[in-house]
Design a binder for this molecule. Sequence first.
Ligand SMILES: CC(=O)SCCNC(=O)CCNC(=O)[C@H](O)C(C)(C)COP(=O)(O)OP(=O)(O)OC[C@H]1O[C@@H](n2cnc3c(N)ncnc32)[C@H](O)[C@@H]1OP(=O)(O)O
Ligand SMILES: CC(=O)C(=O)O
Length: 530
Amino acid sequence: MSAIQIYDTTLRDGTQGEGVAFSVEDKIKITRRLDRMGFHYVEGGWPGSNPKDLEFFRQIRNERFRQAKVAAFGSTRKAGRPADQDANLLAILESGVCTATIFGKSWDFHVYRALGTTLEENLAMVADSVAFLKSRGLEVLFDAEHFFDGYRANPQYAMAVLRAAQDAGADMVVLCDTNGGTLPTELKEIVTYVREALEVPLGIHAHNDGGLAAANSILAVEAGCIQVQGTINGYGERCGNVDLCTVIPNLVFKKRLACIPEENLVYLTDLSRYVSELANKSPESRQPFVGTSAFAHKGGIHVNALLKDRQTYEHIPPESVGNKRRVLVSELSGLSNLVYKYRELNLGPERDSAEYRRILNELKDLEHQGFQFEGAEGSFELLMRKAYNGYQKPFRLETMRILTELRDEGHVYSEAIIKLRVNDEIVHTAAEGNGPVNALDAALRKALEEFYPVIRNMRLHDYKVRVLNEKEGTGAVVRVLIETGDGRKSWGTVGVSSNIIEASWQALADSFAYGILKLKENGAPDAQAP
Ligand SMILES: CC(=O)SCCNC(=O)CCNC(=O)[C@H](O)C(C)(C)COP(=O)(O)OP(=O)(O)OC[C@H]1O[C@@H](n2cnc3c(N)ncnc32)[C@H](O)[C@@H]1OP(=O)(O)O
Ligand SMILES: CC(=O)C(=O)O
């Protein structure tokens, strides 16, 4: 089978996804990154749609790429108007690209209902638009919109549309599952038929409304498509386009097809996170191949087998796509989870199983009380270090008082007064905050800063409270999960109590203790107490 081209439409169809938008600068950065990865095409936008896309094409015009061709998107000419006077086609020409991708209707129903024209005029729109762009020297890809729905409804007409594009000189015809509802077996049958009926190279453009876009794209390749169109992270209209971060490793590792150079796949996870960062979207943890959970192992049985051979629970090595294996600890852990973490944390020579078992039982008891270590790797590491390395927190709370006061203006303020033992010194501090936890955080920082100035870099990223037994009303036990970061790394810590201040204190104290521990380990000069 010939090499498969990857056509990225993150910057066009991806931005049709809810909440996804890129600035011109972002679009340029993403184009460069995709080129470096080895993508064959980057669809930069629709010049006839908006000034931002026009500006993108203006700025990118003189850039030289290693191999990516930048494509401009647009529709076929308007009904009843000559192609050489169609604003949209002229905008594609003016964008300065060498590759145009135009979409046209291939479902008779759409021709009547959406375009409001005749079947004959639509065929002419397709042929004229392709021929016009070809006559101006462009490479032309024709996206047959709704092809599979069209084929189901009126196969003769759907095929006539493809032939119109082919006969007008299209360099490729792309079969679009625009509504994303086609099932893989049917899709493969249709692509197989089209492959035999036409000469022009075929591509696939699948949407994910049935959750089948990846399967559909791979089967389309099996049936003869040589181009896969999709987006990074599957962004796109409604449920999105096919996720190229899923399709590419499947093509490379499973189908052994030449596509993106295999050695570049180690940058795939980074690429996915880079694009989600620019799109300002949280990464999807369960995303295949590149998600943080894609190689996260929780069940004891799994981790036990994984220690014997990673292939028992991993379909590919995580490093091959630049991802990482993670072992989670929880009440579902077995000894193996603990052994794995003990080794990962580099806590010393192997222990006998009774020693691991003791801590495992402690961990399970704590989880039964409401602690959750899966999201609190900082607290878990402190627990392990205390058990196996005699670790002690660098400070100890002697007393704490929290005052909450309604002041004249009707606002409620809190003040925390704490007495802390740091090494052999007693430190008294007080601080105000907009609530008791905020005041406690401020008082703790004030007390520790003098000894560990480096904690000034630590920021609270997230503070979550979960009521564990809501039937108890205001007397319920709560779990507090805190996420802290120092600009380079972030860590989670946990506290549980029927008193929200106490639970918050436990999580806060762990978060500072863990931060200081890591800074000391990394040799931060002012992480050492004087
Ligand atoms: C399957 C896809 O994802 S295709 C890509 C869809 N993406 C987008 O729509 C995003 C960019 N779109 C836009 O910026 C705007 O919709 C524009 C600039 C393209 C058009 O805006 P307007 O001129 O205001 O028209 P509007 O969006 O209301 O309607 C679209 C028109 O295009 C026509 N049209 C739709 N598909 C095609 C086609 N393949 N060929 C020719 N005309 C088409 C419609 O019939 C409609 O014409 P009408 O106004 O005569 O009814
Ligand atoms: C062309 C396109 O984006 C689609 O049919 O989904």
